[in-house]
Design a protein around this ligand. Structure first.
Ligand code: AMP
Ligand code: MG
Length: 481
């Protein structure tokens, strides 16, 4: 079949036309020889996109940004952001493009598509390894039930990207509810144009939190909705040991989706101070800091909304401060509910007893540094009567705790539903990406199949459920990939 006979893609220009102040029409860099490395067929089907078209020459050129469907207006989006606590007034898509909106209203966005006016010192490019990494981890997150941007495809460009060594270049095509970030609001607020700010807030309400429109104070309700979505999101991260690694305000979405998989990684040995990113020497974005950092990012969001909340600035600040103060309780509620499920506790177990059990478990895990995912998987077996795997991990230390927990009659079925067997373990991810970079896609494809069905234990996959072999070097991740 020729490309002409296949249905192409229609892309909307809603953002580009509604926010010319926040978007620069731009073109992707030419890919020398675009080749499809990964295509998410289930996601394509969900989006009503024809996989055969996406695999065609024109489809692959579209996924690399080099074919622009008629009527589309790809743009680089402007945003600001606090990076590691310091404010940058102008970041923006330095190496990314919003291609447009798909039929269901979601964004089709490319990463690694060349320099834009926001590129600053960067080359605008991305290498195969990091783009496959985002694909793998975002799809694993989705399978783990976490709200996230999705990955539609990775295309090798055929161009070389210079990092410490020359690497093969790639473009990631991702799909998101939108690419509005706290940093988008910071940028709009810095333009001192309340009408623009209001339009942006209305756009965010319409796309992500439509019920806020009917509230007595829609913009205060927008803030509350984002806060609740982000509190619940961070609780989901914490419950699976996910460490984002670069929780800057430009990487904090208004939709409540996880975005930008750069230096992220999953905690293996339980240690609340775990940090993988090479540039995060202070541990700002360490595992245990994620909830307070999210609240800090939401405070930056609140600051941008002041002009919309109340004509009296003091009253606006009071209302926003009060709303911001609800974050810890909301987070705690989501965390506790999630932990109750992980422990298989029935609804009848009083919150006080559950909280004591959870706190004691945190101390136990800290003391033993047990593998976080492995421990809950072993505990699922213990709920079914086999305590040997838990003993293997923590010895007799857990005996007292186990007795208290067992007396609550935990549900094996509930535990098996929420405690994953397979997560993208760092050494397996590295192994898969190194092979793919060297031209062998096999290990990546295998790992993707494993981590996108995380709760179903399958024979022959033991190695994917096990921690890194002893003596493996500590995992380090890098920004600016
Ligand atoms: P990130 O930490 O990946 O969210 O990126 C932070 C900012 O740096 C964003 O404005 C990116 O567009 C920009 N950026 C990251 N890498 C590059 C690159 N290689 N070239 C141009 N801009 C980049
Ligand atoms: Mg980013």
């Amino acid at each position: 079949m020729t490309t002409q006979q296949l249905p192409g893609i229609v892309l909307g220009t809603r953002y580009a036309s509604e926010f010319p102040e926040l978007a620069v029409p731009w073109k992707a860099a030419e890919a020398a020889s675009p080749t499809l490395l990964a295509l998410n067929e289930p996601l394509a089907a969900e989006l009503g996109l024809d996989a055969a078209y996406l695999r065609s020459d024109e489809g692959v050129r579209l996924l690399a940004g080099n074919h622009v469907p008629e009527g589309a207006t790809p743009v680089a989006q402007a945003y600001a952001g606090h990076q590691f606590g310091g404010y940058s007034p102008r970041l923006g898509d330095g190496r990314a493009l919003l291609m447009g909106e798909l039929a269901d209203g979601r964004d089709l966005h490319l990463k690694g598509s060349g320099r834009t006016p926001f590129a600053r010192g960067g080359d605008g490019l991305a290498a195969v390894g990091p783009m496959l990494r985002e694909y793998l981890i975002s799809e694993a997150m989705h399978a783990l039930g976490v709200d996230t941007t999705r990955s539609l495809a990775v295309v090798a460009t055929g161009n070389t990207v210079l990092r410490e060594t020359p690497l093969p270049g790639a473009v990631l095509a991702r799909v998101a509810d939108s690419h509005l970030r706290v940093g988008t609001f910071q940028y709009a607020r810095s333009m001192d144009d309340d009408e623009l700010l209001r339009r942006l807030a209305d756009h965010a309400i319409a796309r992500h939190h439509p019920h806020a429109a009917d509230s007595a104070n829609p913009y205060l309700e927008l803030f509350g909705s984002v806060l609740r979505a982000q509190a619940d999101l961070v609780a989901q991260w914490m419950l699976i040991g996910f460490i984002h690694g670069v929780m800057n305000t430009d990487n904090t979405t208004i939709s409540g989706e996880t975005i930008d998989y750069g230096p992220c990684a999953f905690m293996e040995e339980f240690d609340p101070a775990t940090v993988f990113s090479s540039i995060d020497a202070q541990g700002r974005y360490a595992y245990a800091n994620q909830p307070p950092i999210m609240q800090w990012n939401l405070a930056r969001f609140a600051e941008t909304l002041v002009p919309l909340i109340d004509p009296d600035q003091d009253e606006a600040v009071r209302l926003l401060t009060e709303a911001l103060g609800t974050f810890p309780a909301r987070y705690q509620q989501a965390w506790t509910a999630g932990m109750r499920d992980k422990l298989g506790l029935a609804e009848g177990v009083p919150d006080g007893a559950a909280t004591d059990l959870i706190d004691e478990l945190s101390r136990l895990l800290s003391a033993t540094r047990a593998d976080f995912t492995g421990f809950f998987h072993a505990l699922t077996a213990a709920a079914g009567g086999d305590s040997a795997p838990v003993r293997d991990l923590v010895g007799s230390l857990a005996d007292g705790w186990l007795a208290t927990w067992r007396a609550l009659d935990p549900s094996v079925a509930r535990m098996a539903e929420v405690n994953p067997v397979y997560i993208p373990r760092n050494h397996l991810v590295e192994e898969a990406l190194n092979a793919a970079t060297a031209g062998d896609p096999g290990p990546f494809e295998k790992l993707l199949v494993v981590v996108t069905r995380p709760y179903t234990q399958r024979p022959g996959l033991e190695r994917y459920a096990a921690p890194a072999p002893p003596g493996a070097a500590a995992h380090v991740t890098y920004c600016g990939t």
